[in-house]
Design a protein around this ligand. Sequence first.
Ligand SMILES: *Cc1c(COP(=O)(O)O)cnc(C)c1O
Length: 432
Amino acid sequence: MLHQKNLTVNAAGHLAVGGVDTLDLAREYGTPLYVLDEDMVRERMGLYVSAMGRYLPAGSGPYYAGKALCCKALCRMAKEEGMGLDAVSAGELYTALAAGFPPADICLHGNAKTEADIRCAIADRVGLIAADGEEELIRIDRIAGALGARARVLLRVTPGIDPHTFAAVNTGVVDVKFGVPIPTGQALAVTERALGLENIDLAGFHCHIGSQIFDAGPFLLEVDVMTAFLAQVREKTGYTAGILDLGGGFAVAYEEADAAPDCAGMIRAIGQRLEERCQAYGYPAPAVLLEPGRGIVAAAGVTLYTVQNVKDVPGGRRYVALDGGMGDNPRYALYGARHSAVVADRAGEDKTCSVTLAGRCCESGDLIGEDVALQTPRTGDTVAVLTTGAYNYSMASNYNRVPRPPIVALRGGQARLIVRRETLEDVAAYDL
Ligand SMILES: *Cc1c(COP(=O)(O)O)cnc(C)c1O
């Protein structure tokens, strides 16, 4: 019934994460509580590092997409496991640097970097900046010049691939806020412009086709489009790219029915296709960067809540009201994203109910899920919502002035706080 090997039912019938009883965690740290299986995070990081080292050209490696879950402890784990890091703002950059993350292994992303973001990145000697377009390239060039530095840049391009139809489509998918489209010819023109800028070192190209990609197909198409583009750029300008960043988007099994994707197999397939295409074009194989975010942390996270009340609407639904909600997990409200849930107190029992998990905010849309299969819930139970490691804490808010929950990391059966619980004083700390 539990679809991840780190989730078990212990002798007391309670849900355990990495062997640790979730009711003990709820008692010790309070709810709502983010629980992160650090052993699993490190295992996932190691999997990408080793598969990329094995199947992709020299210099290849994964950059953890910090936006999925960014705090100092995560940055330290990424560093220790040999990953680079993607940051999207001066705030993520600051967090990484404060955690001792080497700036040379950081890439700054974003479609609307501010002057301050760019200045921080260059002054802090960040290894790569993914430039989103022509205006931004010119701005990076100017700021680098003013700081007496050179900026090492990837140009973000839009290959025109819909990852969910596995098709190259020139319209629609290039009409997005990120990057410069290849199909319209703009990517080539902007590359020519980049090569002429004095303070820019063009290191290569970046693209990212989407998220929840379950098999290699869309990535292989991405390799096809990108290698054709590289060959075209070389023919028109003589420039050979050293780096090809294929972005993130490796899928996660959010629900019990989802099959866990085979990341190492996908990476091997990417490596084979890249080698084939590069041989066909007589192009020296570039180092490949991948940017897994949710693929690293989503499955390692579980959120614990306490049931505040259970309400049956006659002829309607059963509402299970929790002490958290969209403030700590906005994914259902934002995207209709689904998570499985378990009554942690009776995790071994069959799930005989279908419930609506309601949050505590003053907002009808504040739900964690609808039609969620669950053991019979009672007031006071601990409910565990699964697969919440990505885009929960990082997207959390103080809506209704609810303090954000802490994060407890589990390693080798030991729990430690990596982000403390916000207090009511924290919530009002900026008010004058
Ligand atoms: C969001 C994003 C990622 C990470 O996506 P996941 O689905 O979490 O793997 C990586 N790279 C870029 C540029 C992104 O925008």
